[in-house]
Write a new protein. Structure first.
Length: 400
């Protein structure tokens, strides 16, 4: 792979013609996501199910995933559908996210997939016929994450809303993004150590509590969000100052000696987590506007630490090819104008298309690395990232 010293500066409007495999993936993925939206009658708001069954079609049998619509996945789908030139389908998902942002006390990490009936999406759950009652996913440890409010997921939802504002010019999208950003400032601002923002809210068995750890990835997302709000002169906050706070934390997690980022901190808010080496942290930092030149060394780091046959693994455990992360790498290379590095990755990605159109989350049956319980199971997030890579769309920046 390309040595980091040769990588040109990341540029938001870099244009290179993708290979046939990328265009093939984009066509199939755009069609699959749009068809899922169109399959719901009417034109009202809805959220897409995040996973299909491992066989490639239909809902997973696992109750917490059977109808789970993760906010991160749906936010990515909004941005990807805009890149697909499917604004009506993007707006239907975006409206569901906007309703969740405007009418709930906080944005949840997951909701019930399908059409939204009422003022906001419902919590994910299922009917337990044997016990005779409705079970919320968050009532079980297996679904406890879904009731949390991760700052990274809040940021991605706001970025999707800003992408709709950028595409359609309607202030309702901007105002919902502002409300989410204000929630982060009010509930996750952290003065410990290098400052920045903590993880948000985690909820186990419907008992919410502050997530005192801090994530480099989350702060990258928040820096992008606050930068975007500042760029459009959005009301409601000192967005440049908030962007600087998030950037300062990210800067503090940069290890110049090795040329990569630590994952974040432990619950004390100070002690850096030096293992594992997470792929997305290194890649997403490259997409930030005006990313410092030394950060490009992180590309060389992941080429050494995370590379597997045909793509990249989630961590340096390298126990399987992570489709989503491989697509992220393809996008970073394309944004840098390094098509010769990106093109072979699309060949790998193209082989992950499932019978239902979504891409498998991993090539191997299961990835067991810490923080990475991905399976050979069709995944909305992986599908959306493949589209972003194929269309060379930086989700941290507007298209116009």
């Amino acid at each position: 792979m390309l040595a980091s010293a040769l990588l040109p500066a990341v540029r938001a409007n870099a244009q290179t013609q993708p290979p046939i495999s990328a265009r093939h993936v984009a066509s199939l993925s755009c069609t699959a996501m749009a068809a899922r939206v169109d399959a719901t009658d009417g034109s009202g708001p809805l959220l897409l199910r995040s996973y299909d069954a491992p066989a490639g079609r239909g809902a997973p049998a696992d109750p917490p995933l059977h109808a789970a619509a993760f906010t991160y996945d749906n936010a990515l789908a909004v941005i990807a559908l805009l890149a697909c030139h499917k604004p009506l389908q993007a707006a239907r998902i975006g409206e569901a996210l906007r309703m969740a942002a405007m009418h709930g006390t906080r944005l949840r990490d997951a909701y019930l997939a399908g059409p939204v009936r009422g003022a906001q999406p419902q919590s994910n759950g299922w009917w337990d016929a044997r016990r005779g009652y409705w079970v919320k996913a968050a009532d079980r440890y297996s679904g406890a994450y879904q009731d949390g409010s991760s700052c990274g997921n809040v940021a991605w939802t706001a970025l999707a809303l800003l992408a709709l504002y950028d595409a359609r010019g309607e202030v309702r999208w901007r105002d919902a993004a502002v409300r989410l950003a204000q929630w982060v400032v009010a509930h996750a601002s952290d003065q410990r150590g290098a400052g920045g923002f903590n993880g948000g809210i985690e909820s186990y068995l419907l008992h919410p509590r502050p997530a005192l750890w801090k994530s480099t990835e989350h702060n990258i997302d928040l820096a992008a969000l606050f930068d975007w709000l500042a760029h459009i002169n959005a009301p409601g906050g000192e967005w440049r100052a908030q962007a600087a706070r998030a950037r300062h934390f990210v800067d503090a997690q940069w290890d110049a000696a090795s040329g990569h980022f630590w994952m974040g901190t432990a619950a004390d808010g100070v002690t850096s987590l030096r293992a594992p080496s997470a792929l997305d942290v290194q890649l997403w930092a490259q997409l930030l506007p005006q990313a410092p030149k030394p950060w490009r060394r992180a590309i060389h780091w992941v080429e050494q630490a995370n590379a597997v046959r045909g793509g990249f693994a989630f961590t340096d455990a390298r126990d399987g090819m992570w489709t989503e992360g491989t697509a992220q790498a393809a996008l970073v290379y394309r944004q840098a104008g390094a098509a010769t590095e990106a093109d072979p990755l699309f060949d790998t990605i193209a082989r992950q298309v499932s019978p239902g159109g979504f891409l498998y989350a991993s090539r191997e049956p299961r990835i067991r690395a810490v923080y990475a319980w991905y399976r050979h199971q069709p995944c909305l997030a992986a599908t959306a990232w493949a589209v972003l890579a194929a269309f060379n769309r930086n989700p941290y920046a507007g298209a116009s």
